[in-house]
Write a protein that binds this ligand. Structure first.
Ligand code: C2E
Ligand code: CA
Ligand code: CA
Length: 639
C-alpha cells in the first residue's frame, strides 16, 4: 500500500502557520511558552522528515534517506519528553525543580541512543536498495518508551491536577488521547501517516486554548492578569515556598474614571505601568483595573527587587508621576506581603488586597506604604471575619449586661445586653471590632438572633419582676433593620420563649434609618405595637436628623458618651447637652445618657432632669450572676 502523505502536507501548513503566529504574539514570562514552541518545532521537523522519507526514495542517495529517517525518529521521539516538561512547567514556572524529571527521562535518553546508533545497525529500521523503509527488530522498544512516557505525563498531571487550570489540564488529556490514537492507527496501518497530523492538531488546540496569551495577560499593559498571576502563585503557595509579593494600588481609580473617562485614565495608568516595567528581573501583574502586583523573577533578582521597592518610596513615586505630568491626582497605596507568613494562600492574598483597599487614606494624601503593622491588622481582621462566621456554632459568644439607673426611682431598673466574643485564635475581641466585621460579612443576623435568644433565656431563668428588672435592652444593627422580616423574626423568638415583649427594648442607631427608611419604619412600628420599647442609640454621633427622630416610633433617646465627656469643663458642651435634653423632653421622649464616668457628670445630668443614666460611674458591664446579685441587693432597703 502506498503511504498517504497528504496528512503530512496538511500538518506542514498547520504547523508553519502556528509557529508564525507564536512569534507574532507577545509571550508571557513562563517557560511553558518556550517549551510549547520547541514542541511545535519538533513536530514541524518530524513532519518534514516524514515527507522526505516518503518522497525521496529513488531520488536521493541512501545516506540522505538514512539522515531523514533518523531525524524523524529523533524529533518525534522528543515530543513526549517535551510534553512531560511542559506539564511540569505548569506548576514549576521557572523549571527550578526540573531534576525531579530525570528518572522519567532516562528511557527517552536510551531510545535516543538507540535511534542514533541505528545509523549503523539495522536494529530500529533498515532501508532496502530502493531506499524503502522497513521496521527493525528493536522497534518494539520505541513503543515501550512511548508507553512509559504517556504514563509519566499522566502521573505528573494527576499529581498537580488541583493546581492546573481546568482548561489546561483538559487540553493535555485530549492531547494524549489524540496522539495515542494516532500512534495506534499508524502501528496497525503503517501507510496512514497520521501521527504528525495528530500532533499538529493537538498543538493547534493548545495554541487556541491554553497558549493564548490573552487569557493570562492584561490587554492594556501587557502585564499578567489575575489568571496569569494565580497560575504563577498557586504552585508557590502549594509548595510552601517563601517569597514576597509587592503591590501598588491606585486607590481612587474609580473616582478618577468618573472624572477623566476610561481611556484618558488608562493612558495615565500606562505611564505608571511603564515606570514599573523599567525594572528588569521582576514579574509584573495587573490584577484588576487598580491593582498592580509584582514579585522577583528568580533568586538572582534581589538587587532589582530592592531598587524597585526604593523607587516605590512615596516621594520618588509621586515625583516621578509629577515629572511625567500625569495630570491626574492618583492616590497610591504600596506595600509588600510576606508569603506564607502573612498569607497562606492565593485567596488569602486577594482578601488582603481587598482589605488594603478599604484602609482609608488621609485627605490630600497622595501615597502611603502599608506597613507590616497594617498587614498584621488586616490579617487579624481576616481572622475575626472567619471566627465571627462560626461564632454561634463554636460557642464563642456570650452576653454581659450593663445596668441602667433610673433617676426618679433611684435604683437600677434595667440593663443593656452587650455581646462578647472569645476564641482561642483571637483571644477576647471587643464588639467595637467584631460587630462591624459581622455587619460587613452578614454574620450579624446570626449574632442578633443569639443575643435575643440569650436575653430571653436569661429572663426565663430569673424572675425579673421580683428582681425589679423592668426590661433588657438589645442592640440591633442597621443590617438587622434592613431585613423586611426583622420584627416577625424577633417577635417569634420572644414569644416562643414565653417572654413578654414589654420586657425587651430594642436599641437602634440613626445609621439604620439611612438605607431603607420604609422597611425600618414598618419593622419598628410592628415591634413597638407588640410592646417592645424602641430606643435611639448613640444620639449625637451621626448627622442627627431631627425630622427622622420625630417620625420614628421612638420612646427613649440615648445620648452618646461624646456629648457627656466635656459637660463639666466646657460651656459649649453644656449648652449642647442642655438644649438637647430640653428638646427631647418637649418631643415627649425619655432621655438616657450613657458613658457617665464621674460623680460630677452624674450630678449635673440629674440636675438637668434626665430619666436614666448608664455608665461606669454606676456600673460596668457584668455577667448574669453579678447582675442578679446587684438587683437582689437593691431589694433590701438600705439602713
Ligand atoms: P453601645 O451600644 O454604645 O454600647 C455601649 C458601650 O459603651 C459598651 O461597650 C459599654 O461597655 C461602653 N460603656 C458603657 N459605659 C461606659 C463608660 O462610662 N465609659 C466608657 N468608656 N465606656 C462605657 P462595648 O460593650 O464594648 O460595646 C461596644 C459597641 O458594640 C456597642 O456600643 C454596640 O454598638 C456594639 N455592640 C455590643 N454588643 C452588641 C450586640 O449584641 N449587638 C450589636 N448589634 N451591637 C453590639
Ligand atoms: Ca447600645
Ligand atoms: Ca450607645
Amino acid at each position: 500500500m502506498q503511504p498517504n502523505i497528504w496528512f503530512n502536507i496538511c500538518a506542514l501548513f498547520v504547523l508553519i502557520a502556528l509557529i508564525g503566529l507564536h512569534y507574532i504574539k507577545f509571550n508571557a514570562p513562563f517557560k511553558k511558552y518556550y517549551i510549547f514552541l520547541v514542541m511545535a518545532w519538533l513536530s514541524l521537523v518530524s513532519t518534514v522528515a516524514s515527507l522526505c522519507n516518503n518522497i525521496l526514495p529513488g531520488h536521493a542517495p541512501l545516506w540522505v534517506l538514512r539522515l531523514s529517517n533518523v531525524t524523524y525518529f529523533v524529533s518525534h521521539g522528543l515530543l513526549l519528553p517535551a510534553l512531560l516538561l511542559y506539564v511540569h512547567s505548569l506548576t514549576d514556572h521557572n523549571l527550578a525543580d526540573w531534576k525531579r524529571l530525570i528518572p522519567w527521562l532516562i528511557p527517552s535518553t536510551f531510545s535516543m541512543l538507540l535511534i542514533l546508533t541505528s545509523w549503523y545497525s539495522d536494529s530500529l529500521f533498515w532501508l532496502d536498495e530502493g531506499g524503502s523503509y522497513h521496521r527493525g527488530s528493536m522497534m518494539w522498544l520505541l513503543y515501550l518508551v512511548t508507553v512509559f512516557n504517556y504514563i509519566g505525563i499522566l502521573v505528573r498531571l494527576v499529581r498537580s491536577w488541583h493546581l492546573i487550570p481546568r482548561q489546561e489540564a483538559t487540553s493535555i488529556v485530549v492531547f494524549l488521547a489524540i496522539s495515542l490514537g494516532a500512534v495506534l492507527i499508524q502501528l496497525f496501518f503503517p501507510w496512514l501517516l497520521v501521527e504528525n497530523f495528530a500532533s499538529a492538531l493537538c498543538i493547534m488546540m493548545f495554541q487556541l486554548t491554553v497558549q493564548n496569551p490573552e487569557l493570562i495577560l492584561d490587554g492594556s499593559t501587557g502585564m499578567l492578569n489575575k489568571q496569569g498571576f494565580s497560575n504563577l502563585l498557586l504552585p508557590m503557595f502549594d509548595q510552601r515556598q517563601s517569597f514576597q509579593v509587592g503591590f501598588l494600588m491606585v486607590d481612587n481609580y474609580h473616582e478618577l474614571e468618573k472624572v477623566y473617562g476610561y481611556s484618558r485614565l488608562e493612558s495615565r495608568i500606562n505611564v505608571l505601568a511603564n515606570f514599573l516595567k523599567q525594572h528588569p528581573g521582576i514579574v509584573f501583574a495587573r490584577l484588576d483595573s487598580r491593582l498592580f502586583c509584582f514579585l522577583p523573577e528568580n533568586k538572582q533578582s534581589t538587587q532589582a527587587w530592592t531598587n524597585l521597592l526604593q523607587n516605590l518610596d512615596e516621594e520618588t513615586l509621586i515625583s516621578h508621576l509629577h515629572k511625567r505630568r500625569i495630570g491626574v491626582r492618583m492616590q497610591l497605596k504600596t506595600g509588600t506581603v510576606n508569603c506564607p507568613q502573612d498569607v497562606e494562600s492565593f485567596n488569602a492574598l486577594m482578601n488582603l488586597f481587598d482589605m488594603a483597599a478599604r484602609v482609608p487614606m488621609a485627605k490630600g494624601q497622595d501615597a502611603f506604604r502599608l506597613s507590616s503593622v497594617d498587614v498584621m491588622k488586616l490579617r487579624r481582621r481576616k481572622l475575626i471575619e472567619e471566627q465571627v462566621r462560626s461564632a454561634v456554632k463554636d460557642n464563642s459568644l456570650s452576653m454581659v449586661y450593663q445596668p441602667i439607673y433610673d433617676i426618679k426611682a433611684r435604683r437600677f431598673c434595667s440593663a443593656e445586653a452587650l455581646m462578647r466574643m472569645y476564641t482561642e485564635k483571637t483571644g477576647a475581641v471587643s464588639p467595637g471590632e467584631f460587630i462591624s466585621i459581622a455587619e460587613d460579612n452578614g454574620a450579624i443576623l446570626k449574632l442578633t438572633r443569639f443575643a435575643v435568644e440569650s436575653v430571653c433565656g436569661f429572663l426565663n431563668r430569673t424572675d425579673p419582676n421580683r428582681l425589679g428588672l423592668d426590661w433588657v435592652n438589645i442592640n440591633l444593627s442597621a443590617v438587622d433593620c434592613d431585613q423586611g422580616d426583622l420584627s416577625a423574626r424577633l417577635l417569634e423568638i420572644i414569644h416562643s420563649n414565653g417572654v413578654e415583649p414589654g420586657m425587651i427594648s430594642a436599641e437602634v442607631t440613626e445609621s439604620a434609618f439611612t438605607s431603607m427608611p420604609d422597611s425600618v419604619l414598618s419593622n419598628l412600628t410592628d415591634l413597638s405595637q407588640a410592646g417592645v420599647t424602641i430606643m435611639l442609640d448613640d444620639y449625637g454621633t451621626g448627622y442627627s436628623n431631627l425630622n427622622r427622630v420625630c417620625s420614628m416610633p421612638l420612646d427613649v433617646v440615648k445620648l452618646d458618651k461624646s456629648l457627656v465627656d466635656n459637660v463639666c469643663t466646657s460651656e459649649p458642651a453644656r449648652i449642647v447637652m442642655e438644649n438637647t435634653i430640653s428638646m427631647m423632653k418637649r418631643l415627649n421622649k425619655k432621655v438616657l445618657v450613657e458613658g457617665v464616668e464621674t460623680k460630677e457628670q452624674a450630678d449635673y445630668l440629674i440636675g438637668q432632669g434626665v430619666d436614666y443614666i448608664q455608665g461606669y460611674y454606676y456600673a460596668r458591664p457584668m455577667d448574669e450572676a453579678h447582675l442578679e446579685e446587684l438587683f437582689r441587693s437593691q431589694l433590701t432597703p438600705v439602713g
